[in-house]
Design a protein around this ligand. Structure first.
Ligand code: ADE
Length: 245
């Protein structure tokens, strides 16, 4: 069975979007993964196909109804469907490579995209959804966030990426940001590539790259380093580490 993604959205026409192009698109064409976008509105039961209502307690915007969302989830996930259910929301735990890795290693994922003000919290909890944010900013809905999450997962599916070794060395694989890259010409209008990269000395190149990774991480992401060590990812995990007894 290939990796299977189902997206629950009010805008199914937004998919596959960019996921149909490049590496992800080719992987889909080759049957390495599949994507189904389902319209939440199909789960509405009234004549007007209502999916949302005003928030209890007042306030702006509309909230997706729990009964409609629950019916949409039930229709997308038959009994025994083992895929984790992820709700994309700016309230969620920040997305990290550790969760991406866990999801990519499983059977797939079902992603719920919010719109309007949000989703009734009762169905989020009753369905055991994993609430995930793709960053500290507010998008107009969960669709683009779902694409971000899927893109990150799909490229880890065996066979999707051509040069498999690049998945290992890149930013976050080691918990550090990546070192800078250079290619020809070695002298570009007087701007020269760092000499060590032209030396052919593999151990020195590796040492230089590691030092560059540490320096850029210290400068841009001090939160990833503590006492000179890489900090374990605090993001959402599918299988949170057991707390020590
Ligand atoms: N929906 C709106 N903003 C979002 C974000 N930052 N992450 C995930 N889902 C979202």
């Amino acid at each position: 069975m290939s990796w299977r993604a189902t997206v629950l959205t009010l805008f199914p026409g937004m998919f596959p979007g960019p996921l149909g192009a490049s590496l992800a698109g080719r992987g889909m064409e080759r049957g390495l993964w599949s994507l189904e976008a389902r319209d939440i509105r199909e789960a509405a039961t009234d004549r007007h196909r209502t999916v949302d209502d005003t928030p209890f307690g007042g306030g702006a915007g509309m909230v997706l109804r729990p009964d409609v969302v629950d019916a949409a989830v039930a229709a997308a996930m038959p009994e025994g469907d083992a895929r984790p259910l992820v709700f994309l929301t700016p309230r969620g735990t920040p997305l990290r490579q550790s969760l991406v890795r866990d999801l990519a290693a499983g059977p797939g994922a079902v992603l719920l995209c919010g719109r309007y003000e949000g989703v009734d919290q009762r169905v989020v909890e009753a369905r055991g959804m994993i609430e995930v944010s793709v960053g500290d900013y507010v998008l107009s809905g969960g669709e683009v966030a779902a694409m971000v999450l899927l893109d990150a997962c799909v490229r880890l599916i065996p066979g999707v990426m051509g040069a498999a070794e690049s998945a290992e060395e890149e930013s976050f694989a080691s918990g550090l940001l990546e070192y800078p890259h250079y290619t020809r010409p070695a002298d570009w209008g007087g701007l020269r590539v760092p000499e060590v990269l032209l030396s052919g000395h593999h151990a020195e190149v590796a040492r230089w790259r590691r030092a560059q990774s540490e320096a850029v991480t210290r400068e841009r992401r001090p939160d990833l380093i503590q006492d000179g060590r890489v900090v374990p990812s605090p993001g959402a995990a599918l299988h949170p580490a057991a707390s020590p007894a």
